[in-house]
Design a protein around this ligand. Sequence first.
Ligand SMILES: *Cc1c(COP(=O)(O)O)cnc(C)c1O
Length: 390
Amino acid sequence: MTSALMPTYARQPIAFVKGQGCWLYDADGQAYLDALTGIAVCGLGHAHPVVAKAIAEQAETLVHTSNLYQVPLQEALGQALRRVSGMEFCFFSNSGAEANEAAIKLARVFGHQKNIAEPTIIVMENSFHGRTMATLSATGNKKVQIGFEPLVQGFVRVPFDDISAIEQAIAENPNIVAILVEPIQGEGGIRVSKQGFAYLEALRRICDQHDLLLMLDEIQTGNGRTGKYFAYQHTQIKPDVVTTAKGLGNGFPIGACLVQGKARDLFKPGNHGSTYGGTPLACRAALTVVELLEQGPIDNAATVGQYLIASFRDKLADLDVQVNGHGMMIGIRLPRPCAELVGLARDEEKLLLNVTADSVIRLLPTLTLTQSEADEIILRVCRLVRRYLA
Ligand SMILES: *Cc1c(COP(=O)(O)O)cnc(C)c1O
C-alpha cells in the first residue's frame, strides 16, 4: 500500500512503540539511546510518570472549552511562567511557529503605535523561526523559503553575532521596530555568540537606545535546555518578548509568547486568538512540566551538559572537530558534511541524533540525564565520529 501521508519528511525507516527516560524501543524490543528527545521536546524524558498521570487525569476531567470562557489552568500556567521567567503576560499557542507569529504581530502593533506604516524586524542569517508564511520569511535559510514566494515583507537580515551590522541596519532603515533572535541558533548548527550570552546584553542596549523590541525565540533554548529556565537568564537582562514551545509540554503540543516592558500592553481584545491555544489539557501538561523542571532537571542540565561538552572537547581533541553549545544543547561540527551519520548512529550504535547545517551533529538529550547515561552517549558518539573521520 502506498503511504497516505504527504511526503513532507524524508523519514527514517524506523518506528518506536515505547519510551522511558532517555530510551526508545522499537517493536522488537530493541532499545535506542535517545540523544535528540523529539528535537528538544521531551526534556523530562519519555513517558514521565507524573506528566503522564496529569495528562490522563485532565483528559478524564476536561479537555477543551475554548477561549470564550475563563480557563483557570491557563491562568495557573501563566502565573508559573511569570514566576520562572520574570515576564508579565502570556499568550498560549499550539506550536513554536504560532508563538512567533504572535511575536511578529506584536512588533507590528508596536510599530504602528509609533506611526511607522511598514514596521520592519531585524532577523539573522542561519536562523530558524518556523514554517508558517511569516515565520519562514523570518527564517534565514533559503531551503525553507524556496517555492513559497512571495515571502512576507517586513524583515531585514543581518549576520548572527554581528552587532555593528545591526547598528548599520538601524541607521539605514527608519522602519526598524524589533530584533528577533535565537539566543543560541539551533537548526542553524548550534551557533553560540563569540561573546557568549553577553551578546544578548549588547542587543538589549541597542533596543533600549533605539526604542526597539528585543524578541527572543527561545522555542528550542527555553524550558531548561541551556541550564537556566530561559537562556537570557544567564544574564541580568529581560527581553520584551520571548517565545517558547518544544520542551514546554514534554511532547504535549503547546507554545507561549511572553511579554513585559515595552511589549506588555500591545494586544487588545480581538487582536489575536486561537481556538485550541491554552486548552485545560495542554496547560495541565505544561504546568506539570514547569513545576517538575524547577525541581532539579534544569540544574542537572547545566552540570551534566557541561560535563558532556567538556568530555567531547577532551576526547575528540586530536580530531578536526569543534564542540559548541550550552547545557543540553550541543553541536559537534565536523570538517565535512555528515548527514549519513544519522543512519550510522542509529544502526551501528543504537543512538538517535540529528545532523543540522550539513556538518553539525546535534545532541539535545534529556535534561534529567544521569552521569552514566551521559557516559554512554559520549562513548557511542566518540566511537561513531572516530570511525567516520578515520
Ligand atoms: C522548532 C523551532 C521553531 C518552530 O517550532 P514549531 O513548533 O515546529 O512550529 C521556531 N523557532 C525555533 C528556534 C525552533 O527551534
